[in-house]
Design a protein around this ligand. Structure first.
Ligand SMILES: Cc1cc2nc3c(=O)[nH]c(=O)nc-3n(C[C@H](O)[C@H](O)[C@H](O)COP(=O)(O)OP(=O)(O)OC[C@H]3O[C@@H](n4cnc5c(N)ncnc54)[C@H](O)[C@@H]3O)c2cc1C
Length: 417
């Protein structure tokens, strides 16, 4: 694979950019692989990359029913942070942030990781207590997070309205300076390019329609829209469609799938330098490098597989945005879209082995899995390669819903973008 460097960019600039090769191949599926990953989002492609790079497993394929990055990886608002309450979550998300910090160099691909700071607003006494508890807990785990008064929050985010007269006045904020955003497409493409260069077959337009099992119950392969493929190891990384794919192997999952929406405004000059989140009013906002305000809403109230969501949900979010930032009231919204997120009862992911031999699952990231992409992919690859959990994903078992050892980020955060 040709590396991106100053000299290769200069050569191509002089050459009219005619010499760049394809970023990844378009292979025909083989009859058998050592391992198959279902789902070509960031998590699936990342797992394939680390399987090849760190565990020497190169006879593997990623099967994607549409195009890579066409799922939630390409639909999210790209907020990255690691200031979660519980030790288990903090370890997992901080592992991811550490990998984000070196990801562009690791992949030789600019994922545009920008540590511009994530500011989380507190609007009531409960928020204040809860966020302060997060700050203390995060510091004990070596994770940066600091408490700010409304005036300090405004200094950090000048457009913020801290007037005490609004419906949900700002009573303070928690700031993680190492939090920020990354370019979602670039993450998918960077992992795809890196995995392909290590020999991984990335097969698009290939929907898995069945998972086959032998007499001992172990997986033996998959049936797809492009024919049957044999394998002894399958990693399922299909986000909102996990219940359906795991159902193919006869495993019922403790998941609900909800639409989650986002929208972008018309592009404007740089005016918003951080990421701002308000869990209480369900509004999240940052500004993309193109100048669009990127705005995220809360989930719909009802389960659904329609990638749309209700108009009243985004309207509610825009009400909150206009109150927090009155200067945005006259801006026009350009596009809105939805994705399907898979939500567990405790709002923490499930990543690890399953009751079926050779079948591994990575799911339940709900509204907040983009930030985990490198960390999740890294530990999932370890689990698939060694058939045992990595110490970081060991607590995130499917079994915890039977044993009761929950990691209750639902109670801790309510919404977890
Ligand atoms: C609107 C919105 C905003 C969000 N904002 C944030 C945020 O700010 N920060 C954050 O951390 N997270 C956010 N998230 C959540 C985040 O996007 C997801 O948790 C994460 O992207 C999941 O990644 P993935 O790679 O597992 O899933 P995906 O990118 O969805 O990949 C799964 C892939 O599996 C494929 N697939 C499904 N079924 C099959 C099949 N039968 N055969 C083959 N392939 C199949 C799909 O086509 C899809 O491409 C948001 C999500 C949405 C929808």
């Amino acid at each position: 694979m040709r590396r991106f460097s100053i000299s290769s960019l200069l050569t191509e600039a002089l050459n009219g950019h005619q010499g760049w090769e394809r970023q990844w191949r378009n292979p025909t599926p083989k009859a058998a692989y050592d391992a198959i990953i279902i789902g070509g989002g960031g998590h699936g492609l990342g797992a394939a990359y680390y399987l090849a790079k760190e565990h020497g497993l190169t006879n593997i394929a990623v099967l994607e029913k549409g195009w890579i990055g066409g799922g939630n990886a390409g639909r999210n608002t790209t907020i990255i942070r690691s200031n979660y309450l519980y030790d288990e979550s903090a370890a997992l998300f901080e592992h991811a942030v550490k990998l984000w910090e070196g990801l562009s160099q690791e992949l030789n691909y600019n994922v545009m990781f920008s540590q511009r700071g994530v500011l989380m607003l507190a609007h009531n006494a409960h928020d204040v207590q809860s966020f302060k508890r997060h700050v203390y807990s995060n510091r004990l785990n070596g994770i940066d997070n600091e408490w700010m008064t409304p005036e300090q929050a405004k200094e950090f985010c000048p457009p913020l309205n801290i007037s005490p007269d609004i419906r949900y006045p700002v009573m303070g904020a928690a700031l993680q300076r190492r939090g920020g955003t990354a370019r979602h497409d670039a993450v998918v493409w960077g992992y795809a390019r890196g995995a392909d260069a290590l020999g991984v077959d990335i097969i698009q337009n290939c929907e898995v329609t069945a998972i086959t099992r032998g007499p001992d119950g172990a997986v033996t392969g998959v049936e797809t829209s492009r024919g049957a493929i044999k394998t002894k190891k399958i990693g399922v990384s299909v986000a909102g469609h996990t219940s359906m794919v795991m159902g193919m192997a006869g495993v019922r999952m403790p998941l609900e799938s909800f639409p989650l929406q986002a929208l972008v405004s018309e592009p404007v000059k740089p005016c918003f330098s951080c990421v701002l989140m308000s869990n209480a009013v369900h509004a999240y906002i940052s500004q993309s490098d193109k100048g669009e305000l990127v705005i995220g809403a809360g989930t719909d109230q009802y389960v659904s597989y329609s990638q749309q969501g209700g108009l009243h949900i985004t309207t509610h979010t825009l009400d909150a945005i206009c109150e927090l930032f009155p200067q945005f009231t006259r801006m026009k919204m350009l596009r809105s879209w939805g994705g399907i997120v898979d939500v567990t009862p405790d709002r923490s992911p499930i990543t690890g082995k399953t009751p079926v031999k050779g079948l591994y699952v990575n799911c339940g990231w709900g509204t907040g899995g983009f930030k985990a992409t490198p960390g999740s992919a890294h530990v999932f690859a370890h689990t698939i390669a060694r058939d045992e959990p990595h110490p970081i994903n060991a607590p995130f078992t499917l079994d915890r819903f039977r044993t009761g050892r929950l990691i209750d980020e639902a109670a801790a955060a309510a919404v977890a973008h």
